[in-house]
Design a protein around this ligand. Structure first.
Ligand SMILES: Cc1cc2nc3c(=O)[nH]c(=O)nc-3n(C[C@H](O)[C@H](O)[C@H](O)COP(=O)(O)OP(=O)(O)OC[C@H]3O[C@@H](n4cnc5c(N)ncnc54)[C@H](O)[C@@H]3O)c2cc1C
Length: 340
């Protein structure tokens, strides 16, 4: 079987990887289009999210599959991209501390949540007075390194098209490929083969920051309050992100930069320098579930999208699910089927 995957963000990368392992001939098209999401994302897998500290949807299933496939990609490509690290959760108010303690006492949360007496290597950088919660079994996937290494492999093997694929070319391409799978991120909202899907796209921005204090090199844990800060190595940190449901363009904006700086100011007392500012659009869906399946407009055309805010955790499990559907005809789970 020969499959063309359009878009090589985390969705397209993971699907291509799983299909290739199953012996499929895969070609990926990736044109580095503005607003792409994986390139700017922190790539965090955060098991416990939201103001009420709730475990992510089907976390236990998804985490193991994610760990398995990211490690397989590390071996295949000779890179290191999957880092399991805790997230320190800064708790400020008595209500937050109370809610956190209540969750920690629940048996299905004990392996994911706990408390720390202090912030460890983060301590010199933080404002005083926080109570420190800790989220275990968290991870960060270095998306840019993974995507670039996978793309380079595809290029060397002659499996990469690096120009944009036009919707008008799909019928012709179906003469060459058995299946075409769109993994085009937020651009899917304009795809004529999958019209009227309930998208709720969310532009997001993030800053890259560097502390003046060299002790920042010893910080390895991630940190979260209203913003998240993740160490990237060499004293560089990812900090963000913001959410905009209405936006005039795809560029980083001064308004969001100020918003993120204000959030960082609530957490940090140590001075830092902003060395980068990025923006992308999350392919989010109203019911927060991915889209998988075949087009009703043109057969043999598929979609794998809607990973929203959680591409790092969701992509491996659902790519495997779609691959089984494409290769073995396994029915799609109705919660993610595109026609739901
Ligand atoms: C600021 C920010 C922070 C985030 N942080 C996290 C996080 O910590 N953890 C997490 O799990 N998720 C995070 N996300 C969400 C995450 O980025 C998405 O869930 C995920 O990356 C979506 O991947 P994707 O492959 O579906 O889309 P994309 O990454 O957008 O990939 C789509 C690709 O398709 C290409 N493309 C589109 N059309 C064509 C065409 N016609 N021809 C050729 N190429 C095409 C584009 O160039 C693009 O590279 C964050 C997002 C943002 C914006």
């Amino acid at each position: 079987m020969k499959i063309l995957i359009i878009g090589q963000g985390i969705a397209g990368t993971m699907l291509a990887h799983i299909l290739e392992r199953a012996g499929v001939q895969v070609v990926v098209a990736e044109a580095n289009l503005p607003g792409r999401s994986s390139e700017v994302a922190a790539g965090i897998v955060n098991p416990v999210t939201g103001k009420r500290f709730v475990k992510s949807w089907r976390l236990d299933d998804f985490f193991l599959v994610a760990q398995y496939h990211y490690r397989a990609l590390e071996s295949l490509l000779g890179i290191s991209v999957w880092e399991e690290r805790p997230i320190l959760r800064l708790l400020a108010t008595p209500e937050e501390k109370n809610d956190w303690a209540t969750r920690c006492a629940q048996t299905d949360y004990t392996e994911y949540m706990g408390e720390r007496p202090n912030a460890g290597a983060w301590a010199p950088f933080l404002k005083p007075g926080f109570h420190i919660g800790v989220i275990h079994k968290a991870a960060r996937v270095n998306f840019p390194t993974l995507l670039h290494a996978f793309r380079e492999k595809a290029r060397i093997n002659g499996q990469l098209i690096d120009t944009p694929i036009q919707y008008g070319d799909i019928e012709t391409l179906l003469g060459e490929y058995d299946r075409v799978v769109f993994c085009e991120g937020y651009r899917a909202s304009e795809n004529p083969y999958f019209p009227n899907l309930p998208w709720q796209l969310a532009k997001g921005e993030a800053l890259l920051i560097r502390f003046q204090d060299s002790r920042a090199n010893q910080v390895h844990d991630m940190l979260k309050k209203t913003s998240l800060i993740a160490p990237l190595g060499d004293g560089l940190f990812w900090a963000g992100g913001s959410y905009q449901w209405h936006y005039p363009d795809l560029d980083p904006s001064l308004g969001e930069r100020d918003y993120i700086l204000q959030r960082l100011g609530e957490m940090l007392q140590a001075p830092f320098e902003v060395v980068g500012h990025v923006a992308g659009v999350r392919p989010s869906v109203k019911d927060r579930r991915p889209f998988l399946g075949e087009s009703q407009v043109l057969s043999r055309v598929y979609i794998f999208n809607g990973l929203g805010t959680k591409g790092a955790l969701l992509a491996p499990f659902w790519a495997e699910h779609l691959a089984d559907h494409l290769l073995k005809g396994t029915p799609l789970d109705t919660t993610v089927a595109v026609g739901r």
